[in-house]
Ligand binder design. Structure first.
Ligand code: 3H9
Length: 705
């Protein structure tokens, strides 16, 4: 008779006198209600069964436990709670051992810390990353970690959300021993038997003294001050420090109660909701129809055409992912520059002590600079990263079409241009796709994957596979001017220009945008990127611009003076002697005044709130259009684009999530209000109107494609 498969996520079995508790809840053994209930049952069995003399906790599969089940946040809590389970477990009078392989994160590490002994396999990764979800460790972690590793180190671990290797965790005191081998059960059983043979009693973390109790309070003051300036608007870091203070000042149980109160505050904060959305958006973007329908083509050798900043950054990203990279430039001088651009990145790492000269040499052994297109004849994928000019790009693609083998993926890194037109230059438009990297390409995580009209599904799947290997966040986009990100950017940037012309200063606008959580405002960004780039785009668009649409010329007046920003020492701000932080410039304000006067505009005051409402409403409205046209598959793709490519504050979840959290009716009401002055610019997107009429939000469109 065949046995029904065991669907319980926690299995128990007795091995000699050790109760082996297997947490088996794929993919990462998150602590769902069923897992917590299973753990509680295990504790009850250990309490009542005298055949059990020790308890061993192991995770089945690739993780020990990745933490609380993030999908349960925001829903009504289901008993038993994790703190309750861990309380009972810690009080067991039989030794409890956690054998850790893979990730032991958040609640997962809290389980291990409530055990009496911890052994770790070499691949274990331990951390308390709750801060990235707007939370703090809420199952005793803030009280137990200080007792194991010291209050200062615990606070730093929780504030950074950093993951420690098994060795680092051993050195920090988080685990008791590091074991060889790949089998956590065998390692844990060996430890359990040893403990039983030596008659060891449970060693409860709650009873341990905090090793740095005397010095930690002063260090926490320092950490609190640093956090206030670094955590930029984040809610949970200050509360993490408060919990660690409670660990230092209060008895264990009272400390736990304080932790609970502060955890619940974090759980109920809008930041938690936004950050959890960001966590899932980051993972959902790769779930696209083509990835299910087709398999990626082979992907081992890659070529980059162009050795400028972008080409070099892409080459580094690919080299770092273990691919072989050929770089093509038009002549010896240019390829030498391209090679130098690549080496510069590695040399900077060597200078910082983060890379050895040998490792650089080993990586560059996979790098082939060349000046002939023939060198790319056999590669699997080519990324063109030459000057942003349609004719130049078309010429490159004609050449690629001539030399590349059949089935090679031909990608362009254009940020605006028509990829269908580029594909039409080849006899194989099905192999052509857009791979829009963001500068610096080896660091920025966003990769817009632009699917043209005739791109084959397996080419799309290959692009997503490349993104996975490069550890990028891939977002599927359709062809239009600017794709998802730059298209939406152009519109909210225009809204900023309108406000500028109507009376707001660039400095007020930047300040409002920074206060929202962006690292920089739009005028600072323009100074950093170089005002000449936007100027060139505006000149390119002049011929096709709607003559009835409002056009603000202030930026042109600035650019005409050669004030291109940081690189020219002057832009919207002044940068005396190469300063990186700009100073406000009265002459810029005078130029803006003169332009207003020319158009007969009487300047008016804008509050920070109004600036932001206009900026965000423009972003959301264009986002809705991008969705409606199918340029973005889902609202979460737009959110991921802005989170990973445009500095949108992660704790606000992305523009579409932000709009949902404001209430779409409020955003639409703003747009209608603004439309009274400029009905052409502020035309509400029909999708936004429809969602409001139906009482729905963007989230309702986020179903997997
Ligand atoms: C917490 O613990 C609070 C407690 O202190 C207090 C309690 C009272 N829950 O990332 P991957 C899914 S807060 C639910 O692609 P990897 C993920 O969505 C939590 N689902 O794989 C994905 O699903 P799908 C603190 C989760 O190998 C699949 O698993 N813990 C969870 O690149 C694979 O994930 C954390 O913040 C979860 N906790 O990385 C850890 N974790 O296949 C968060 C993952 O449907 N997790 N999923 O797309 C991670 O950092 C990474 O997922 C991990 C694996 C390193 C574990």
């Amino acid at each position: 008779m065949s046995q029904a498969p065991d669907t319980q996520p926690v299995h128990l079995r007795l091995e000699d006198e050790v109760l082996v508790v297997c947490i088996d809840h794929p993919p990462v053994n998150a602590l769902s209600q069923a897992v917590r209930a299973g753990l509680l049952k295990a504790v009850e069995r250990a309490e009542s069964d005298c055949a059990v003399r020790a308890v061993l906790l192991v995770g089945v599969g690739r993780a020990f436990i990745a933490g609380a089940d993030i999908r349960e946040f925001g829903k009504p809590p289901q008993p038993p709670s994790l703190p309750e389970v861990l309380h009972r477990m810690e009080l067991l009078d039989k030794p409890v051992i956690a054998a850790i392989q893979g990730p032991a994160l958040g609640g997962g590490l809290e389980v291990a810390m409530a055990a009496h002994h911890r052994v770790a396999l070499a691949g274990a990764r331990l951390g308390l990353p709750e801060v990235h979800l707007g939370l703090l460790p809420g199952a005793g972690g803030t009280q137990r970690a200080p007792r194991l590793m010291g209050a200062q180190a615990a606070a730093e671990l929780m504030l950074s959300g950093q993951q420690l290797s098994a060795r680092a965790a051993l050195e920090a005191g988080l685990v008791d021993r590091l074991v060889e081998g790949e089998d956590p059960t065998a390692a844990g059983l060996a430890c359990a038997r040893e403990l039983l043979a030596s008659g060891a009693r449970p060693r409860r973390t709650r009873d341990l003294p905090i090793p740095d109790a005397a010095t930690a309070p002063a260090q926490l003051d320092q950490l609190a001050a640093d956090t206030a300036s670094k955590a930029r608007g984040l809610f949970s870091p200050a509360r993490i420090i408060e919990c660690v203070r409670a660990a230092l000042e209060l008895p264990f149980e009272e400390g736990l109660r304080r932790e609970r109160e502060l955890f619940v505050e974090c759980l109920n904060s809008p930041q938690r909701e936004a950050l959890v959305h960001a966590f899932f958006a980051e993972r959902e973007t790769a779930k696209i129809p083509e990835a299910r329908a087709a398999s990626p083509r082979p992907l081992a050798r890659l070529a980059v055409i162009g050795g400028g900043t972008m080409g070099a950054g892409i080459a580094v990203a690919a080299l770092d992912a273990g691919l072989a990279v050929t770089m093509i430039e038009r002549d010896q001088e240019s390829i030498a520059r391209g090679q130098a651009n690549v080496e510069k990145v590695y040399d900077a790492l060597i200078a910082k002590g983060r890379l050895t000269a040998e490792a650089k040499a080993a990586t560059l052994a996979r790098f082939t600079p060349d000046t002939s297109y023939d060198a790319v004849a056999d590669v699997d994928l080519v990324i063109e990263a030459v000057f942003e000019d349609l004719d130049i790009k078309k010429a490159v693609f004609r050449e690629l079409d001539r030399v590349c083998r059949r089935g090679c993926v031909l990608a362009t890194n254009t940020s605006y241009l028509d990829i269908d037109a580029i594909a039409a230059e080849t006899r194989r438009p099905q192999d052509v796709i857009g791979l829009h990297f963001f500068s610096p390409a080896h660091i920025m995580r966003l990769l817009e994957i632009v699917v043209a009209a005739r791109t084959a599904p397996d080419v799309v799947a290959t692009a997503f596979e490349l993104a996975r290997r490069l550890k990028k966040v891939p977002v599927r986009a359709g062809v239009c001017d600017g794709f998802i990100g730059n298209r939406i950017l152009a519109v909210y940037r225009e809204a900023a220009n309108h406000m500028l012309e109507d009376g707001a200063s660039p400095y007020e606008i930047d300040a409002a945008v920074r206060a929202f959580g962006y690292p920089m405002g739009p005028f600072q960004v323009s100074d950093l990127a170089g005002g000449d780039i936007g100027w060139a785009t505006r000149k390119r668009q002049a011929a096709t611009r709607d003559p009835k649409a409002r056009y603000v010329e202030i930026a042109d007046r600035i650019a005409e003076r050669g004030w291109f920003g940081q690189k020219s020492g002057r832009g919207w701000y002044r940068y005396p002697q190469g300063a990186r932080i700009g100073q406000e410039d009265p002459e810029v304000l005078a130029i803006a005044d003169a332009e207003r006067a020319k158009k007969g505009i009487t300047p008016r005051r804008f509050t920070q709130d109004e600036i932001l409402r206009r900026y965000m409403a423009a972003m959301v409205n264009e986002g809705a259009r991008v969705l409606e046209e199918g340029i973005a598959l889902r609202p979460l793709d737009i959110d991921a684009t802005f989170l990973f490519g445009y500095g949108f504050p992660r704790w606000r979840g992305g523009p579409m999530k932000w709009a949902d959290m404001q209430g779409l009716d409020r955003v639409l009401a703003d747009i209608r209000e603004f439309a009274k002055e400029d009905p052409q610019f502020w035309r509400p997107a029909p999708l936004l109107e429809r969602l409001v009429a139906e009482g729905r939000d963007f989230e309702s469109l986020n179903r997997p494609a």
